[in-house]
Design a protein around this ligand. Sequence first.
Ligand code: GBH
Length: 473
Amino acid sequence: ARADYRDSGLEFPPGFTFGSATAAYQVEGAANEDGRGPSIWDTFSRTPGKVWNGDTGDVACDHYHRWESDLDLMGELGLGAYRFSIAWPRILPSGRGEVNRRGVDFYSRLVDGLLERGIRPVATLYHWDLPQALEDEGGWTARSTADAFEDYARIMGEALGDRVHTWTTLNEPWCSAYLGYGQGGHAPGRHEPASALAAVHHLNLAHGRAVQALRATSTGSPEYSITLNFHVLRPGGEGAAEAMRRADALANRAFTHPLLRREYPADLLDDTKSVTDWSFVRDGDLATINQPIDVLGVNYYSTATVRAWDGVSPRQMNDGHKGDAGGTAWPGSDQVLEFIQQPGPYTAMGWNIAPEGLEELLVSLSEQFPGQPLMVTENGAAFDDVVSADGSVPDPERLDYLRRHLTAAHRALQRGVDLRGYFVWSLLDNFEWGYGYAKRFGIVRVDFDTLERTVKDSGRWFAELAKTRRIPT
Ligand code: GBH
């Protein structure tokens, strides 16, 4: 096998899903329309200094109005599935209570539009846009947020559970907990290590409650899933083995073990005992969290290099628009961990390009959790695209990134991993959280002045792959 992962001609099995992914706040816009309530990302992005250039999701890609032509585009690209998220504040403007029918109707039309085009709807209930009213009551540090999420899941199961192909409860609860409540680079922007760990548990609990509620209400036969972002760790110097164990506990096993093994790892509880006593975990919670899932969603972008940080006081991590990679300390443990810059090459995010990390991650997960089907629910790269004189968008670096990671996914398949599909992040250039519109991940370019869409070379390449199931030459 070639060491650079630049293979072509490799064939994926029949039934392997090729799709694209987006998230509500990143693409929809229409922030104040049809009864949508405010979310923590509206508040955060409107707070000066939090997001690059003061960008917000007020308009984003205007997908809320352009959804039909966006679905046409996906149809033209021959994509088999679309992973989108539902904005909780469109359904329940105050997080709980009265349902906003216009919000429900939008997603109902979207799902029908997908099915009409032969594209499977993969719906995520929570991709970070918590209703602000719930944050005002404590957000994910409060157990009541998991109660509200269960009600929201029941409403969505009743509304769409006859048609959705795959339900995903949460996207990357690691980000919600640690970036939202610990590091503060994501909404709601809090810097409280103990709160981050309470958030980890309440997100896990919310997942379990939501699976139960969706199962009770969905009349079709949807699959159930959660999407996690994993840290594929590399040693960064002295004391790195211990730092890697701690980082693996905090970042990976804090989610996989309650979800799939009905336990919090003993070393995690011990490592964090000076931060919290974990008294927010109540009798019965682990059984609730440990619902069988049909597929585990895996988001992968790069590896992470970690070492112990021996500073005297917890260092402030980077602010959001400078990102979460490189030289950052990570609260939430009684030993501060430091993530350091990795060897390149890098994407425009400063994240290192390491396709072998994806193969390693998929193999490792299938060894740790035998029999658990996996799905790559996000993989992709930001680069500074240049539009040609003829209007086309050649993006050879993104195309190369995708080719190498799809080769890695194929190698994992050949090593026996039960991998069901691959979703590219993202269909469209969109609101890249703390980076605003400065970073472009799309296989389709969006001109943020005219909102015009242009399929990039990587998009045509991905369409060819989806059509032939072979990595194009
Ligand atoms: C995903 O987050 C999101 O789901 C999606 O909304 C977003 O647009 C997309 O990715 C692109 O950012 O400390 O060096 O290991 C990914 C967030 C990025 C968080 C990598 C952890 C680790 C960098 N993850 N980061 S490092």
